[in-house]
Write a protein that binds this ligand. Structure first.
Ligand code: ADP
Ligand code: ZN
Ligand code: ZN
Length: 754
């Protein structure tokens, strides 16, 4: 017979539907259920198990037959009843204790049990109360006289009485502080039954006062969109709100959330990169106060576990979170909002599951019968395609709130500026003039450059050599602040060079442009202007990002230079000029989504200009003024971009017409890798034919000393069974991993890579 030793969780920590959801994810993204669970559960809720050695009290034996070491263990066990393996190892001061344990087991002196413990530690506050007995005046008087001989305890008692009068509830910590006593004095009073200590579980999150709530009225256009969304939800479970920047999508979300709360439902509000969206959190907290909780991976284990419990028990109604919050155990989810649904940061790259939170949110919505609202000014092509093909509802909001005009966009040819020698460094005369005018009106400027560091490439003018990372196949980026060359893939750093390591030449050319150089050059050109930079390098500390934004809002900064970080979560009225230093590197990036991404990114940055009462201005510097994406951005022509892109996607067999699965095979030995990858591709081609492309080297052919070969499967999902192909692939990967010839190789399968 086996006995139930312990009940780990009095209630399940997930609902049944979560398990179903996890299984769906594992099947779809071709990973294991364990990997999904690991991503979903806060680690404080994962159980730790430990082997315990317990004394067998039901068995009598002859002590004289025990040897010294066995006796030692028995002694310890009689004292403590049970011990862990590591405790026994310590007692005996020897490594191998298992033969000894086996002999004790055989003699039935001990048995082994498995203790499973929870790692979650609720936050507790010790509350002190006075024994009822001393409510009686006479008894209390007597107590005072008794305690005269113990002055510290008397101080503690006096402090308690003062605090009790003032606050009602008395914390142990408060007595220590107020009375100037240590905890020994309090413990003495507890031991004498004078004080009673109770540990109260409290929240790790401070409560939020929403008494400042101000109300608003939806504009006519907003209200129309709001009604259309609700109508659309009658038929469709997913609706796309295509609303241009500053159209007031958030206001519509707020009204919608209110309706679901009134029905008693929970709401999940997904945001990309939560660290960048402090302003959004504040805006929502004003309306929903303590009903809202924020969830993301920067919280520690115990904090995340606490949120988990609160969502599980329906104590929390609204979760505002980054992608992992889609895994929280909602019990009564009515609405999911995916804001900025086109954002790449909803996709998880590493580790598995390599999921897209937007896509699995839609699945979850279907499973629990919750409605899903996707919102974007520049929807992902896949999403827009689904909306146009009637899979999702589609609601448009194409006017800005308050009739604010979209910014005026001017395109400046870098070629021409350089030919006429008008530019200074990387700033065109047009941009510099506009900066002057903007600052003269006490307005602020954002300059966008989608690369950090100083310069990305150093080239020897004599021999053409470029310093590369020792671990990865990428050129090193020079960072002026550190004086070093950095690898942005593995973090490797080395001293900057003044002469070519290959030929010794001192003619080193700096090529390309990072935010650090933009900031640096600008400080030389505009010495009296307050310039700051916001990118990965300046925001590594927990609150650095918020400090920069606050300074910008308080106008302690005139010009903010940054990477795509400046495109997000900024809603300041005083920014009237946006400069895009160089649009080309983004547009020319070798990826089938480059045009779509550039359109999204540049529209989003441009959207920061001139909100509420002023029309803003955007200046785009480029070598390619006639490029179609540039034209589409200037015309704010999302539809045009969509149409042209879709033609190419179809022609070159990309999503949404084809489904892509990417298989990366990695190995430290290039020769072996090439052989293995070729073999694996051949095997796949045997079954799947020309759906399989590669193997080929990806853009970066080696990262952290692992060479990479990449195989792509393109599935015509309308005419082919995706499930069948996935099953086949799964089988082949398992066989691959089991094959001794492939030792040292890793396979990474990415479904719907981004
Ligand atoms: P979006 O998310 O579509 O870019 P926002 O929701 O940020 O737009 O709205 C832009 C600005 O207009 C915000 O400052 C917001 O407070 C304001 N706003 C939008 N709609 C309203 C409204 N109905 N009443 C008051 N202010 C509004
Ligand atoms: Zn050289
Ligand atoms: Zn590297």
């Amino acid at each position: 017979a086996k006995y139930l030793l312990d009940i780990i969780d009095p209630q399940p920590i997930v609902h049944l539907v979560q398990l179903e959801f996890w299984q769906w994810i594992a099947d779809y993204y071709l990973c294991t259920l364990g990997e999904v669970m690991a991503a979903a559960l806060p680690s404080a809720l994962k159980l730790a198990s430990e082997t315990r050695i317990v004394l067998n009290l039901e068995h009598t034996f002859d002590r004289n037959l025990l040897n010294d070491k066995e006796f030692l263990i028995l002694d310890a066990l009689e004292l403590r009843h049970e011990l862990s393996i590591s405790e026994i190892t310590k007692i005996l001061a020897q490594k191998s204790i298992f033969p000894l344990l086996k002999s004790l087991l055989d003699k039935k002196i001990i048995f082994i049990s498995e203790e499973i413990s929870e790692k979650y530690q609720p936050k507790k506050l010790s509350i002190i109360t006075l024994n009822d007995f001393y409510e009686d005046r006479e008894n209390l008087k007597q107590l005072f006289s008794v305690l005269e001989r113990a002055p510290k305890q008397l101080d503690a008692l006096l402090a308690y009485m003062k605090l009790k009068k003032e606050f009602g509830e008395v914390k142990k910590a408060a007595i220590i502080e107020e009375g100037g006593v240590n905890s020994a004095a309090i413990k003495a009073l507890i031991d004498k039954d004078i004080f009673i200590q109770v540990d109260k579980v409290v929240s790790r999150f401070s409560s939020f006062d929403n008494s400042v709530a101000s109300d608003f009225i939806l504009s006519e256009d907003q209200n129309l969109a709001f009604q259309q969304i609700k109508e659309s939800f009658i038929e469709k479970s997913t609706v796309l709100l295509h609303g241009i920047t500053s159209s007031g999508k958030t206001q519509i979300y707020i009204r919608l959330i209110e309706e679901y709360l009134a029905k008693g439902n929970q709401v999940l509000y997904l945001l990309p990169e939560i660290a960048l969206t402090g302003q959004m959190i504040d805006r929502l907290k004003i309306y929903f106060g303590n009903q809202i909780i924020v969830y993301h991976s920067r919280f520690n284990d115990n904090e995340r576990a606490e949120i988990w419990q609160k969502v599980l028990t329906n104590e929390v109604k609204i979760v505002l979170g980054a992608r992992s919050s889609v895994f929280l155990p909602f019990c009564d989810l009515g609405l999911i909002i995916v804001d900025e649904e086109h954002e790449a940061s909803f996709k998880q790259y590493d580790p598995a599951p390599r999921y897209n939170a937007r896509d699995i949110a839609i699945i979850l919505g279907n499973m629990v019968k919750a409605k899903v609202l996707l919102g974007s000014a520049t929807p992902a092509l896949e999403t827009y395609f689904n909306a146009l093909s009637n899979k999702y509802g589609l609601v448009k909001l194409l006017t800005r709130y308050g009739g604010v005009k979209l910014p005026e966009i001017e395109v400046v040819s870098i070629t021409e500026e350089k030919a006429r020698k008008l530019n200074k460094e990387n700033f065109s005369s047009v941009l510099l003039n506009q900066i002057d005018q903007t600052l003269a009106q006490k307005e602020q400027v954002i300059l966008f450059q989608n690369r950090r560091g100083y310069v990305p490439v150093l080239i020897c003018k004599t021999c053409g050599n470029t310093p590369k990372c020792i671990n990865c196949d990428v050129s090193l980026t020079y960072h002026k602040a550190s004086g070093k060359l950095h690898c942005h893939y593995c973090g490797y750093k080395e001293e900057n060079i003044t002469e070519c390591p290959a030929c010794g030449s001192r003619h080193i050319e700096y090529k390309g442009l990072g935010t650090e150089k933009v900031e640096d050059d600008l400080k030389v050109l505009l010495p009296d202007v307050k310039i700051a930079r916001m990118d990965y390098d300046t925001t590594r500390n927990k609150n650095a990002h918020q400090i920069i934004l606050n300074d910008f809002e308080d106008r302690k900064i005139d010009i903010l230079v940054g990477t795509q970080m400046v495109a997000k979560g900024l809603d300041f009225d005083n920014i009237t000029l946006i400069g895009i230093i160089n649009a080309d590197s983004m547009i020319q990036f070798p990826d089938f989504r480059a045009y779509e991404r550039s359109f999204q990114m540049l529209s989003q940055v441009a959207g920061r200009a001139g909100r509420r009462n002023k029309q803003g201005k955007v200046i785009i510097q480029t070598y390619d003024v006639k490029h179609r994406v540039i034209k589409q951005i200037v015309a704010n022509d999302y539809e045009g971009m969509y149409r042209e892109e879709m033609i190419e996607r179809k022609q070159f067999r990309y999503p949404p017409f084809y489904k892509i699965i990417q298989i990366d095979i990695k190995h430290k030995d290039l020769g072996k890798l090439l052989m293995i990858a070729e073999q694996f591709a051949k095997e796949l081609k045997l079954h799947l034919g020309d759906l399989v492309l590669g193997p080929q080297s990806p853009l970066i052919g080696r990262v952290r000393n692992y060479y990479i070969q990449c195989i792509i499967i393109k599935i015509d999902w309308k005419n082919q069974s995706v499930v069948k192909i996935k099953n086949l692939l799964k089988e082949k990967v398992i066989l691959f991993e089991a094959d001794k010839l492939n030792k040292g190789a890793f396979v990474v399968v990415d479904v719907d890579p981004y």
